[in-house]
Design a protein. Sequence first.
Length: 116
Amino acid sequence: MKSLDAIATLSALASEARLAVYRMLVKRGPDGYTPSELAKRLDLPAPTLSFHLRGLTQAGLVVSRRESRNLFYSPNFGRMSDLVGFLTENCCSLAEASCDTDCQPMAAPVQKRKRA
């Protein structure tokens, strides 16, 4: 990831509403939510939610997919991983003493869900 990409990605999250939308999508995972489900859960008017989803999509943080007549939005975990990696890639590289393991980016454990 380049600096300008990181700035655009961070800028997209620099809003309380957008951050709430993204965090709700992260909780749901790849299944995602329809806009109407998100609007209800976050108590946001549809036009406001649409504006924030467009910003998150343009930043590459959210992807959409169509299933029949429904549109689902879900987080782009790869983009967020790229951002975290960019922010931590040079962790402790100029430190005079060795850093502890907190400096190493750690991947979140993958949790598999059973589908009914």
